[in-house]
Design a protein around this ligand. Structure first.
Ligand code: ADP
Ligand code: MG
Length: 616
């Protein structure tokens, strides 16, 4: 023993057990870290009680009042004190913590709230002639008393954290806390489409401001879920999303995945659920991203609401006090299912355009400034087909005179047979080419504007991928090998991959220090500038980094290659070529986006065109 060690003196701090109130206050720090967390626990309790309707009100960001009323099975008067006790729950006997199908099971939410605020719990148990209530203030419960309540349960939490002022300091502005409450309720409501929800901010007065209202959805499960998602995520999302429904090996994934063209600038529209429980799980968010891998630019984020269902035994929800994270026993198959089912759903949506883009186009046209001083009203043109195209393509160009048919700004190609448009091809029949780049096509009910260059790039990319999956990509030997000079490390880097690149149709050989000889290029790409191709391949290899999966790296290389074989802007296409491109787009998965995630075509519905001219 070290003689210089601490001396035992009477000043040694005594160890003593904390009292119940202190224990609850400490636990509350984990479970109820902010008002939205209290709302989450209360709404989950309502759902666990089989509620068909849940009404939520709060004031001042939830700091002064949170009230949740439900029509669930209620609590017997005699059980009210128990409901408030820590580690008291009706949802598990604790024997098997992996076999949990309710939201709650830890039995500490009400106890924690009662420790950090003034809580009133009123309830009428199903079948009971009267209701009862109990109030707790800073952990001290009052007596059980009769109450007036028709059915279900009402929990009111006032003065949250008034007993722990230090915590109050950590709360954000009322506005930010209100936003968090809104987000929490929205997520919970997404997962319970058959339950009606309302959320009110009653800061000013008891009537308050309704922030969210969702009626109970009916119909089969999928119909009800999709209707609820449309109600909560917006019609625009629902109209630009594809259904996902896939099952594999005891796992099921379903929901809606936004089309790439409906992606967002931040990860603000990603909603993930495991067995009905909303959560933000890194693995799942990563899998979501991977499902869109070559459909989105780096700075775009998919919008999706995805529900994973699995045997509760395969996922541990008891790893986080607020259950915001879970742990999968085997994450691999879960990730695999998410990635595969997203890719599949998005691929089958290959030829669906985006209505966002057409709304946007419409807005842009409407926003075109009118000539100064003129009160100019667009009039129905004598040849609607041509003049509406004019409006779409050249909204800013001055109209040479009212009533005159303006010169259409495209090379007048031979108009194809009306019958072909009616034949029901989703992208319609080609009518004309604009600016040497865009194809104008007509379907039964819409005008379609195709970026031929972007579309062709995508088609070449998809063909290259399909070839690469089937074996070596056919290569075309150059008559004379092309020598490309690079830096020494670049040349060495490329040559290190020579074998893999040869399988992709790019055959390279060393040619002294800092140079490589290109012997063959992918046949599909035709004649090209080998030096530019090599530099792009180098970029793709650098971008995808060493850690990228092999497949992702190959795709990145193929994507760059595809750009070299694409229709050059400015080339005049023949009608057969245009129609062939449209038909191939319809037959190709993911062809609604170019390799960089931009849309390859936009649709303008006839109704939109008519609205543009004030005909509707
Ligand atoms: P847990 O939900 O983990 O069981 P809580 O502290 O949230 O723990 O709730 C304790 C108990 O109170 C629950 O197990 C349930 O029996 C009862 N309870 C709470 N809220 C309600 C409600 N809205 N309707 C019916 N019973 C409720
Ligand atoms: Mg609970």
């Amino acid at each position: 023993m070290n003689a210089a060690g601490p001396k035992i003196t009477s000043a040694l701090p005594a160890i003593r057990p904390l009292d119940e109130a202190a224990i609850n206050r400490i636990a509350a720090g984990e479970v109820i870290e902010r008002p939205a967390a209290a709302v989450k626990e209360l709404v989950e309790n309502a759902l666990d009680a089989g509620a068909r309707r849940v009404d939520i009100a709060f004031a001042d960001g939830g700091k002064t009042l949170i009230r949740v009323a439900d029509d669930g099975h209620g609590i017997a008067a005699a059980d009210l004190p128990l409901a408030l006790a820590r580690h008291a729950t009706s949802k598990t006997d604790g024997a098997d913590l992996l076999d949990i199908s309710s939201f709650g099971f830890r039995g500490e939410a009400l106890a924690s709230m009662a420790a950090v605020g003034r809580l009133r719990l009123a309830s009428r148990a199903a079948g009971s002639p009267e209701a009862a209530e109990i109030a707790v203030d800073a952990g001290r419960p009052g007596p059980v008393r009769p109450a007036a309540l028709g059915r279900g349960t009402v929990v009111e939490l006032r003065g949250l954290f008034h007993a722990t002022p230090a915590r109050l300091k950590f709360l954000r502005s009322d506005r930010a806390e209100a936003q968090a409450i809104h987000d929490t309720v929205r997520r919970l409501a997404m997962a319970a489409p058959r339950v009606a929800f309302s959320l009110r901010d009653v800061s000013g007065d008891e009537t308050g401001r309704t922030l969210l209202r969702a009626d109970a959805e009916t119909g089969d499960d999928t119909t009800a879920l999709h209707a609820r998602l449309a109600a909560l995520m917006g019609r625009e999302f629902a109209e630009n999303a594809v259904p996902v429904d896939a099952a594999h090996d005891g796992l099921r994934l379903h929901g809606l995945a936004g089309l790439p063209a409906a992606s967002r600038g931040a990860a603000v529209a990603q909603f993930l659920f495991v067995n009905g429980r909303p959560l933000r799980d890194r693995m799942l968010l990563g899998a979501l991203r991977a499902g869109y891998a070559d459909l989105l630019a780096r700075d775009r984020h998919p919008a999706a609401a995805l529900f994973l269902e699995c045997d509760p035994q395969r996922v541990d929800v008891n790893v986080h006090p607020a259950k915001a994270e879970v742990r999968f026993r085997e994450p691999g198959p879960v990730r695999g299912l998410v990635v595969a089912s997203l890719r599949h759903a998005l691929a089958s949506a290959g030829h669906r355009g985006t209505t966002v883009a057409s709304d946007f186009a419409l807005g842009a046209m409407r926003g075109a400034p009118a000539p100064a001083g003129a009160s100019w009203q667009p009039r129905p043109p004598s040849r609607p087909g041509v003049a509406s195209l004019h409006a779409a393509a050249a909204a800013q160009a001055p109209i040479p005179g009212l009533g005159e048919v303006p010169q259409a700004p495209f090379a007048a190609g031979p108009l194809t047979d009306e019958a072909e448009a009616a034949a029901g091809h989703p992208l319609g029949a080609a009518r004309a080419q604009l600016f040497g780049t865009y194809i104008v096509a007509q379907t039964d009910s819409a005008m379609v504007l195709v970026d031929a260059h972007a579309a062709h790039e995508r088609l070449v990319y998809e063909r290259l991928k399909a070839l690469a999956r089937g074996g070596p990509v056919p290569a075309q030997a150059l008559l004379v090998p092309e020598i490309v000079t690079l830096s020494e490390p670049e040349a060495a880097g490329l040559l290190a991959q020579a074998e893999a690149l040869a399988r992709l149709g790019l055959v390279l050989e060393p040619f002294g220090p800092g140079a490589v000889a290109v012997r063959a290029t992918p046949a599909l790409l035709g004649t090209l500038d080998a030096g530019a191709l090599l530099r792009d391949v180098l970029d793709a290899l650098a971008d995808s980094g060493d850690v990228a999966l092999l497949d992702a790296r190959i795709d990145a290389v193929l994507s760059r290659m595809a750009c070299h074989g694409s229709v050059r802007a400015g080339r005049q296409l023949r009608p057969e070529e245009m129609n062939a491109l449209l038909r191939e787009m319809e037959a190709t998965p993911r062809s609604a986006q170019c390799n960089h995630g931009r849309p390859t075509f936009v649709r303008l519905e006839r109704a939109d065109i008519e609205r543009l001219f004030g005909r509707r």
